[in-house]
Ligand binder design. Sequence first.
Ligand SMILES: Nc1ncnc2c1ncn2[C@@H]1O[C@H](COP(=O)(O)OP(=O)(O)O)[C@@H](O)[C@H]1O
Ligand code: SF4
Ligand SMILES: [Mg+2]
Length: 342
Amino acid sequence: MSDTHPILEVLDLHVHFKMLAGMVRAVDGVSFAIERGRCLGIVGESGCGKSVTARSILRLLPSSQTSGQILYRSDTDNQPVDLVSLDPKGNAIRAIRGRDIAMIFQEPMTSLTPVYTIGEQILESIRQHQTLSEDEAYELAVSMLNKVGIPDAERRFGDYPHQMSGGMRQRVMIAIALSCQPRILIADEPTTALDVTIQAQILRLIRSLQRDLDMSVIMITHDLAVIAQLADFVVVMYLGQMAEQAPVVELFQNPKHPYTQALLRSIVRPDTPSREQLHSISGSVPDPRNAPSGCRFRNRCPSAHDRCVQDPPVVTFGPRHTATCWLYVDEETGTETAVFRS
Ligand SMILES: Nc1ncnc2c1ncn2[C@@H]1O[C@H](COP(=O)(O)OP(=O)(O)O)[C@@H](O)[C@H]1O
Ligand code: SF4
Ligand SMILES: [Mg+2]
């Protein structure tokens, strides 16, 4: 497909929360794009601003101060809509939520209503966005439950959420999210609460549905193993900013930012002795109110040096591969020492 326009472009996004104890700069100058039918992974430790980024796409943070642009193009030829310019409670964004862009969260129990059956909840979501007869809506709902691998879907239709396992509830959430065939699915740590076997099944399911429905997926995770399984392109976030972004193979083979390198070293590999697995990153992500000046990673970075008290530059390493770091700029001349491979 010769599609030059990404389906979604996030440009210089800032999301701040005004708190009594000071301004929380949860997201500070993040930009990325997602292509049609592709999976973009956003990775970073807890507290790096991944969920805030995801929620701000759907304008689910009405109390935040949001600036920048989030350009959504429903079709290649259409003019983009800037989601940041829409009223978070208005009809325009409500029509996009669920129908064009759907989201699934980490904990399916809190997203499902305990007092309604799962069947009623899927039907409700279908009714909100599509005009179908009762029979058609029922058939669509059952077919979605089948598609996400819920056995005996017609019987399970009358189950309440508490009658299902965590893995089955997450499948129901995916069925609800996909029932209106959204163009973009945002999955915010969708498998973190599940055990590893179920986690692998859900990830395979998302990947096959993405291909079947030609959907774009934004996969948010703290786990690079999930990124390796699913993503085509990766954004690495640290403390509300972008550390690095690259196509997935490039990121794993040629990581440039010390934070990406540290995340990669911390992946637990089943084939390495346990002594060598203990490469967790020292320290933890500070509250954005206590972020160091200059490079936000500098108090944890093994390569930090004097220049890092100033904001680091964005250095380009190849097509769509950038890292925000001083290491690749010559100290004397100020020129980039990175080699651009085209
Ligand atoms: N509604 C909010 N009000 C104030 N601060 C918030 C709010 N939501 C998130 N934050 C803060 O923003 C930062 C990023 O949070 P989040 O996006 O949830 O991180 P992640 O999803 O990467 O773990 C954290 O420091 C968090 O405490
Ligand atoms: S700019 Fe400095 S502190 Fe930040 S990642 Fe690069 S070397 Fe480390
Ligand atoms: Mg989160």
